[in-house]
Structures are given as structure tokens and as C-alpha cells.
Write a protein that binds this ligand. Structure first.
Ligand SMILES: Cc1cc2nc3c(=O)[nH]c(=O)nc-3n(C[C@H](O)[C@H](O)[C@H](O)COP(=O)(O)O)c2cc1C
Length: 366
């Protein structure tokens, strides 16, 4: 099968691959920059990005976040000056609007947005028409809702849609806990359903990107054969030299087995997939550190309202820094397949073979 470049809005990706946003700070400027350098789209996850940055003083979460985001976008462009660099913005976070706006101002070429329906994204990016906007959905119905709202309110359609499979993807999942893994969800029926919806109702061929459980070239070819125009991959990029997580976070991927990966209910009200944590330890750490919602980072949060469960942003931040005992290590179902630390170039080489060799040579030759 021919692997073709992928056009998203005004930007062409040499390879049909988006590196999925991974918060907190697992995909920062370094990982995103390297993915963009080798011909994919690199996404910086914006959620809580300020926490492990020089801008954070323990209190100024909302000031630190946009400053840190600007730094990370600049870092990514220093690695891939002409690359397709974007951000992942979660609708569920309190500073969603600020992070979208900051992404645009700092030069993000695309914004991929989920964890809720990004119903007003076109309004937030209206001053930056060159920025491609890409919602993440897990159902045709969600894509329909977004398309209808965007057309009615802003006369705009998505530049692409990411269809995320709740049965395999890492991080927060857009499906009810009890429905995940029951065999009722059909990823590629959803991909084709979204594609058909836009064809039939708007006579447009919108790129549909499959996310979740895509690990190697076979998975990639399978996704394309099943009707996807491209893939979004996240977990596969964790065990790279360029990934922005601590070595311990990467080691947790290397050490885990299939049986260690499970679902955890996040205080955000969504299930999340992670290396199964000892939640008592996670909670106890919040108590020891006297965390008690210092930031108010989520619009709706059971920890904020009742100290239920644990503080998600601090648990993810701790894991990113290397405390995997009391932190939370998000991962997709395939994370156990990681068996060594590799490089972004090697992954592109494996996924795209010959095509990637030529691309790497042209990068090296400037
Ligand atoms: C460590 C980690 C953090 C993630 N954080 C986010 C995030 O901040 N926002 C988001 O929309 N998706 C997030 N995701 C989901 C990914 O972007 C991606 O869609 C999904 O993991 C794809 O499945 P894969 O990991 O099997 O490739 C995260 C995934 C992982 C593994």
C-alpha cells in the first residue's frame, strides 16, 4: 500500500502521522520538535505545562502555563523550523481559552482538542485562520454535534478529525467506564462513519485520523486499509530519547506487563488508562504535601469539590518528574510492548521504511 502525505488545512505532513499530545509535559517541545523534524505533526500537550517549568513558583499556575507553553513551542521550532508543530488543548481545563489563544499567538500550526466537545474552538482561533483546528471524538454523534455547531455558528468545518478508540488509547477517555472494553465499540466503523458523515452532508473529504493502539507499521497499514487517512500515535513515542518525561517514567513503560495496564477513574469525571496505580499511595502523597487543589485547573473536578480520589494534575506532574510510586503514568494498552529506549528517527524509519530514509537524508542535507 502507498503511504501518502497528509494535508491538514494549509499544512502538508510528509507522513500521515500526528504524535498525540501527552500531558503533563510528556510531549513537550523536544518530542514534538523531533517528530515534526522527521515529517509528522508534533503536538505539545498544554495541560499543566507550567508546573515543571521555571515560571512556576508553587502558586501561579495560571500565569506559568502560557509562559511555559510559549517556551515549549519556541523550543520545538528551534528543532524543526519548518515543521508542523501544534498543541493539544483539553476542553475540560479551566484555562482552555488562554491555552488555545497562546498556542495561536506562539505559532502553533494546528490545535487538536478533546476531553470534552470543542464547540467554540473556531471562535477562539478566529483571528488566526491559518491555524488548523482538529477535534478529537469517539463517536460519529460527537463529530456531528461539532460540525453542526461549527457550521451554524462560524461557517467552519474541522480541518481533520481524530477518532480516538477508548478501548486502546492512553490518558483520559471519552467513554463511560462501564462501556470500555466490552466489545461494543468499533474503531474503524467510527472512522468510516465520520468520513461518510462529512461526505454526505457537506460534500467534503475531511481527513480522519485514527488514534489508539497503533504501535508498528502493521498497525499503521491496517488503519489506512480500514479507511483512516492517518494515525495519531502517543504511547509509542514515550520510550524515546527525545520524549520529555523523566527516565523513571520511561522505565515504567519498559517494566510493565500487559496485566499492569488498566483503567482509573479521574477526578475530571472521565476514565483514564494508566499503569495501574496504588491509589492509596497517590492519595496519601496529596495529604502529605497538603495539596488540596491549589490551582483549580479543571472546570469540573471531584477533588476540588470534595477531595475525592486525588489531584490529577499533580499526580501526572509527579510521574513526569520521576515519582512513579505516587504519580500517575498514563499509557495506552500497547505500552507493554516497549522494550528499549529508541529515537524518533528510528520509529519513523520502522514505520515508513524507505520513504523515511529519504526524508531523513533530506533533513540532514538541510
Ligand atoms: C502519557 C499520556 C498522556 C496523554 N495526555 C493527553 C492529553 O493531555 N490530552 C489528550 O487529548 N490526550 C492525551 N493522551 C492521549 C493521546 O494523545 C493519544 O490520543 C492516545 O494515547 C493514542 O493511543 P496510543 O497511546 O495507543 O497511541 C495521552 C496519552 C498518554 C499515553
Amino acid at each position: 500500500m502507498m503511504i501518502r502525505p497528509l494535508q491538514i488545512g494549509r499544512y502538508q505532513l510528509r507522513f500521515p502521522l500526528i504524535q498525540g499530545g501527552m500531558g503533563v509535559r510528556i510531549s513537550g517541545g523536544n518530542l514534538a520538535g523531533h517528530v515534526a523534524k522527521y515529517g509528522g505533526a508534533g503536538l505539545i500537550a498544554t495541560a499543566g505545562i507550567g508546573l515543571n517549568s521555571p515560571h512556576y513558583d508553587g502558586k501561579n499556575f495560571f500565569t506559568a502555563d502560557p509562559l511555559a507553553l510559549r517556551d515549549e513551542i519556541a523550543k520545538a521550532y528551534s528543532i524543526a523550523p519548518d515543521g508542523v508543530i501544534g498543541t493539544n488543548c483539553m476542553v475540560a481545563v479551566t484555562n482552555y481559552e488562554t491555552m488555545v489563544r497562546t498556542s495561536c499567538e506562539a505559532g502553533a500550526k494546528l490545535i487538536v482538542s478533546g476531553a470534552g466537545l470543542p464547540l467554540n474552538l473556531p471562535e477562539l482561533t478566529a483571528d488566526f485562520p491559518e491555524v488548523a483546528i482538529v477535534p478529537i471524538v469517539s463517536s460519529v454523534k460527537a463529530a456531528e454535534l461539532i460540525a453542526r455547531k461549527w457550521m451554524r455558528g462560524y461557517n467552519r468545518l474541522p480541518d481533520a478529525v481524530v477518532v480516538e478508540d477508548p478501548d486502546t488509547a492512553g490518558g483520559h477517555l471519552g467513554e463511560k467506564l462501564e462501556k470500555i472494553g466490552t466489545g461494543t465499540y468499533d474503531q474503524y466503523a467510527t472512522v468510516r462513519g465520520v468520513k461518510d458523515y462529512f461526505r454526505q452532508n457537506f460534500q467534503v473529504d475531511i481527513p480522519v485520523i485514527a488514534a489508539g493502539g497503533i504501535w508498528d507499521r502493521n498497525d499503521l497499514l491496517h488503519a489506512l486499509a480500514e479507511g483512516a487517512d492517518g494515525v495519531q500515535m502517543a504511547s509509542r513515542f514515550v520510550c524515546t530519547e527525545e520524549c520529555d518525561a523523566s527516565d523513571s517514567f520511561k522505565q515504567a513503560y519498559l517494566d510493565c506487563g500487559q496485566e499492569d495496564i488498566g483503567l482509573v477513574m479521574s477526578p475530571a469525571g472521565l476514565p483514564g488508562r494508566a499503569i495501574t496505580p496504588n491509589l492509596d499511595q497517590v492519595r496519601q502523597r496529596d495529604v502529605d504535601l497538603d495539596i488540596r487543589c491549589p490551582s483549580g485547573c479543571l472546570k469540573k473536578c471531584t477533588y476540588k469539590t470534595g477531595q475525592e480520589r486525588f489531584c490529577i494534575v499533580h499526580a501526572l506532574d509527579r510521574a513526569q518528574r520521576g515519582d512513579i510510586q505516587t504519580g500517575l503514568v498514563f499509557c495506552g494498552t500497547n505500552a507493554w510492548k516497549a522494550d528499549r529506549i529508541t529515537t524518533v528517527a528510528e520509529i519513523f524509519n520502522e514505520l515508513f521504511g524507505q520513504e523515511s530514509g529519504r526524508a531523513a537524508a533530506s533533513v540532514a542535507n538541510g
